[in-house]
Design a protein around this ligand. Structure first.
Ligand code: CAO
Length: 461
């Protein structure tokens, strides 16, 4: 004959009104001995209430949001025939004696305790009333509520999540410290873990560890915000290009200690020369913009300062200097930023470069670049001068060690020989990897670029 067992909230310490934050089973579910039925949460801890018997849930007497105290009815379970009295006896052990933190995945029912690798040590340390599980795991009594104490230590605040969510995260290998919680008081919900995993799989979320292979970043994730609470929203899928460039930019930003040096060049004569050559250029079917000149100046700079034409060896202990001069050019396309590479810039004239620029940027906008088109750059140029702006701080395209950012040239009064004269001034910046390039070298490099752009004859020297 079947027996109906009432499952009640056991001794939960000095709390008389604890929130039910999760109901983990439904009426009709078959549950095993020790299977968690609900999760409770106080200000200090979250804990699961397990079933003291195996059987079928015939009624559930609490819902999410209820507040319960010791003795409150949680559920009724129809005891399975084979359930043994010994197990029942174990199930009645009071909570204060029974709390145990066995965090090995395969040594019995999961208590929801902290994962040794991913949780702060404070959570692994049993409290005074808890037996040390690793010394006598088999002696631990069963079916008491399993608690996770939310403590903070010098390592920061541990992730706030229920034992079942912790278990779920452990099963998926997710470090909860990287997941933003959307539940009450920032609690991490199962859905948050699922969205995090989806984000990682789709490439939209960086795990930090992948972005900074040497030792993990420990970068706290940006909290997930439900913007619809504040007004209407629309979700738009990012293009494949935008997601890929986002990954590359994040990787560079996180790995490279950036410094940005600002400078300006007087390009009055350069612009005069460019205008003189424009007709010839258009007869050749090319558009001659300042960018071709900037490419030649950049190569002159790379030759003069070879560390700018290098990459840091993966060991971090040597530089790899390059004997070739391929430049990445940032191109704005409807689907996002791409950086095609123009090769052997040192061996090409202005018209050839202008022609190649036009051709490759056209293909970039049409989404027709091949993998070869975007490989092998030594140094990059990001030119926003055709659009506007007074200056900006470009991000180094690692493993390159520097990038030139070009803003819009402007006529300005310059004091020369006792009088103000109008000169066309080009503001630009160079961001560089400070592990490779010192500040003095940075400003010498920008100064050299300014000299070359101010007097193109220097390119012949
Ligand atoms: N100052 C003033 N005028 C400039 C200028 C500058 N620094 N640079 C270009 N111009 C002028 C050009 O001369 C041209 O005018 P004319 O037709 O009168 O000669 C006009 O601006 C438009 O130039 P352009 O933008 O078509 O050509 P470009 O060679 O300068 O640039 C390209 C080509 C592909 C780099 C550009 O189209 C582009 O995509 N720029 C955006 C790059 C970007 O998004 N960078 C940010 C990356 S994130 O760091």
């Amino acid at each position: 004959m079947s027996e109906i067992r009432e499952v009640k909230v056991p001794d939960i310490g000095d709390f008389d009104a604890v929130d039910v934050i999760e109901v983990l089973v439904s009426v009709g579910d078959e549950v095993e001995l020790d299977q968690s039925l609900i999760t409770l949460e106080s200000d200090k801890a979250s804990m699961e209430v397990p079933s003291p018997v195996a059987g079928k849930v015939v009624s559930l007497d609490v819902s999410v949001g209820d507040q319960v105290a010791e003795g409150a009815l949680v559920a009724k379970v129809e005891v399975a025939e084979e359930d043994s009295p010994e197990k029942d006896q174990e199930a009645t052990v009071p909570a204060t004696e029974a709390e145990t933190e066995d965090d090995t995945e395969d040594s019995g029912p999961d208590t929801g305790a902290a994962d040794a690798e991913s949780e702060p040590a404070a959570e692994e340390t049993p409290t005074e009333s808890e037996p040390e599980p690793k010394e006598s795991p088999t002696a631990a009594p069963r079916s008491a509520p399993t608690a996770e104490i939310e403590t903070s230590d010098a390592g920061g605040v541990p992730p706030h999540a229920s034992p079942s969510v912790r278990r779920f995260a452990r099963e998926l290998g997710v470090d909860l410290k990287q997941v933003s919680g959307s539940g009450r008081k920032g609690r991490i919900l199962k859905e948050d873990v699922e969205s995090f995993v989806k984000g990682v799989l789709s490439g939209a979320t960086s795990t930090g560890a992948a972005a900074v292979p040497s030792g993990g970043s420990g970068i706290p994730p940006v909290p997930a915000v439900d913007f619809s609470k504040f007004g209407p929203i629309e979700e738009i899928e990012l293009s494949r290009i935008r997601r890929a460039s986002g990954r590359n930019i994040s990787r560079s930003w996180l790995n490279v200690p950036h410094v940005t040096q600002f400078d300006e060049a007087d390009i009055t004569e350069m612009e005069e020369f460019r205008k003189q050559q424009k007709d010839t250029a258009s007869r050749r079917g090319v558009k001659l913009t300042p960018l071709a000149f900037l490419m030649k100046a950049a190569v002159a700079g790379l030759k003069e300062f070879p560390d700018f034409n290098s990459s840091l060896h993966p060991s971090g202990e040597k530089l790899i200097r390059k004997g070739y001069f391929h430049l990445g050019i940032a191109v704005d396309t409807p689907k996002g930023l791409v950086v095609p590479v123009i090769r052997d810039v040192d061996q090409k004239g202005l018209f050839d470069l202008a022609g190649e620029l036009g051709e490759v940027s056209e293909r970039a906008r049409e989404g027709k670049l091949t993998p070869t088109d975007i490989q092998g750059a030594c140094f990059s140029i990001s030119s926003l001068g055709g659009i506007g702006g007074t200056n900006f701080t470009p991000i180094v395209n690692a493993p390159e060690v520097a990038i030139l950012g070009v803003a819009r040239a402007k006529w300005q009064p310059v004091f020369e020989d006792g009088a103000f004269v109008p000169r066309l001034i080009l503001p630009f910046s160079v961001s560089y990897d400070h592990r490779v390039i010192d500040g003095a070298a940075g400003v010498r490099f920008t100064g050299y670029l300014a000299q070359v752009l101010g007097d193109l004859r220097r390119l012949l020297l």
